[in-house]
Write a protein that binds this ligand. Sequence first.
Ligand SMILES: [Zn+2]
Length: 367
Amino acid sequence: MLGAAGRRAGTAEQVRVDVHNIRMRRRNRLNAARRALAKRSDVILTAVTGATSGMMGASNSSHERDTPPTPRDQEHTVTTSSSNRIAPIEYRVFTATRPGINPDLPAGYESLAWVANSATLIHGTRDAVLVDTFFTLEHSGQLADQIAATGKSLTHIYITHAHGDHFFGINTLKARFPSVRAVAPASVVERIQTRLEADTQLLRARFPGQIPDDPGVPDSLDGASIELEGQSLIPIETGFTDSADSTSLHVPSIGLIAAGDVVYNGIHPFLAETNGQTRLEWIDALDKLDALEPRAVVAGHKIPDNDDDPGNIAATRTYLRDFIRLEQTTDTPRALFDAMIELYPDRANPGSLWGGAIAAKSPAGNP
Ligand SMILES: [Zn+2]
């Protein structure tokens, strides 16, 4: 039914049932389920409340799923204790599912051409800090409703990196929560300024009528951390990952990392802005997050129903290593795309991989 799969169909028709065929059947089931999801992809907003206790050892099923992503809602409470205080800290992950940015990809992969953004609300008994926003007017309005429903006082919005899909909801949220401050490290703010115009045009072209006239930009964060009811939320500068000057936000007291786009969970990483050198820097960034020994890692793009398993750090690293290796052994974007799809048939948003394969095979792709 599709490019790479069509090529594999001859194998599937053989009497011999092997691992390859099993993967094809899994993929077909998954595609059928996701096709239904993608049809309503512009209106899906889900929330999952998480806690870092019990996350250890949770299965990482990000790219070997049999079940479609379905909304779910779980409640957990973590009590974090230190020598002189006990403060309950929880986090809630909101996801908004939408079509991928890159509408151009090889035929046959339409059912996977969706992606979900995450926004993580970290909160105590009274206050809350949001990590990243959504970007369409509709999703931002829904996110504001969800935050308001928690009854928490939103003090800060932390922006992890300069891609518009992570911060274009700032002004929509400010309209609903007038005292909130949107902040990011100075490097992120500077990077936003250099690319804001181009990113705005790109998103407006892809999502006409859905992008705010004035999305808002974050202020430079004063100090090294954001305080939430006596606990520190610490920006981790991760350098070049899926874009320049990316960061993650670490909450040491509960072992949480809101990773931004340093980590992907069940979604093809965005590689179109990377090159041979920066892909290695991205791996270094993943090592940096691993060294923090997190108990939960929220990817900036995740399958809504997937756990926020720290194993997604290693899974992203493996993906990048596979891409680096296969980039060197293939001659064309299509060959690289097909080779990666063989390894990652179930990841959502293959348009992201296609854009990355084209960039990698362009003359400037690998200086
Ligand atoms: Zn992103």
